[in-house]
Design a protein around this ligand. Structure first.
Ligand SMILES: [Zn+2]
Length: 349
């Protein structure tokens, strides 16, 4: 079964106001490849909030305030403002409420004009290259790029059809740490997402890892990729990660903190860097190197998990288009889950 959206498992009525978003992003515009900085404000900052955070003053933020100085308080609360958005006709940041199935502003024209609500915009497969596509053993590829060093903060997945390279669906959640004090979480989030301008949406939406996995398992089930009662590996699908860290190290660490057994679907994966090295016969140390070498412009904010996941997906689509065959590159031993066996001798850690 294929689902076009990831909204199914979310109760919209429980959503906080998604308009309260300030995103200040650094991006590389895709068409020109030129570096540009832009600041977007959908609605002015909330005047009172349970999650009240001081945003770091920036030049553009002050410019924004001075532009709005004449507006009345009520206008400030209701009238959306777009600032310095000259690049929006070229590329738009994802609505991070929508990616989590929590956007309530789909009927707001300005919101829709400002934020991208369609993964296909950035993940169109290249029809010209389809003649090089090779038969694949897997039906679906789930690109995953976790964020968070101490605990996982973001769990983004992009699902593509391995044979046609088409985007199928996505699953994205911000994750609230469970083994940290509130103060520590606040500092952690400000340091990580504050500088990307998305700390507000993180605080509005983050849920504990255990709940994220519950919703993810429902999503897998909707796509006939995994059934909880049966357990086992994914059904004709595999995770694709950039390196082994996500599934070899971070997931088991987080499962320990969250006091759950590492789920069976995390027991094998494809390290895209290994496939890349053995297909192109060149080393790639990370996502940025692969993008650069393949001449694929980076979109969005590096280290925002959902944007990195999209960029890795673009590398994957290119590799499929060039004729690469995706194979499981790492597998945990069932008798000793601490042991991981690797497909290639020639690989990057
Ligand atoms: Zn939205």
């Amino acid at each position: 079964m294929k689902f076009a959206s990831s909204i199914s498992s979310t109760k919209l009525s429980e959503n906080p106001d998604p308009a309260k978003t300030l995103r200040s992003e650094t991006l590389m515009a895709s068409a020109a490849g030129a570096f540009s900085r832009r600041f977007l404000l959908l609605s002015p900052l909330p005047l009172s909030s349970a999650h009240s955070f001081a945003l770091k003053p920036s030049l553009s933020f002050h410019r924004l305030l001075s532009r709005n100085r004449g507006a009345s308080a009520s206008m400030c609360l209701s009238a959306p403002v777009v600032v310095d958005a000259q690049t929006t006709d070229r590329w738009k940041p994802m609505c991070l409420y929508h990616t989590q199935g929590k956007c309530t502003k789909m009927d707001d024209a300005l919101h829709m004009k400002t934020f991208n609500h369609d993964f296909l915009v950035d993940l169109k497969s290249n029809i010209r290259s389809l003649n090089k596509l090779r038969p694949q053993n897997l039906d679906y590829l789930l690109v995953l790029d976790l964020e968070g060093k101490v605990e996982i903060l973001e769990f983004p997945v992009v699902m593509i059809d391995a044979k046609s390279m088409d985007f199928i669906d996505s699953f994205h959640r911000f994750v609230r740490p469970t083994g940290m004090s509130e103060q520590r979480i606040n500092e952690y989030i400000e340091g990580k997402y504050g500088k990307l301008g998305v700390d507000r949406v993180w605080h509005d939406t983050a849920i504990p890892f255990k709940e994220v996995l519950g919703e993810f398992e429902q999503w897998l089930n909707n796509h006939d990729l995994w059934v909880k009662e049966q357990g086992g590996l994914l059904n004709r699908a595999a995770f694709v990660t950039c390196g082994n860290w996500d599934l070899k190290t971070k997931i088991p660490e987080q499962c320990k903190v969250s006091k759950i057994k590492t789920p069976s679907y995390f027991m094998e994966w494809i390290n895209l860097k290994d496939i890349y090295l053995n297909f192109y016969k060149r080393r790639a140390t990370g996502m940025m190197t692969m993008l650069r070498e393949l001449d694929i412009p980076i979109l969005g904010s590096h280290h925002l998990g959902i944007d990195d996941t999209k960029n890795i997906t673009r590398v994957l689509q290119r590799m499929l288009a060039d004729g690469a065959v995706m194979q499981i590159t790492a597998k945990r031993s069932t008798s000793a889950p601490g042991d991981v066996k690797f497909l290639f001798k020639n690989r990057i850690r």
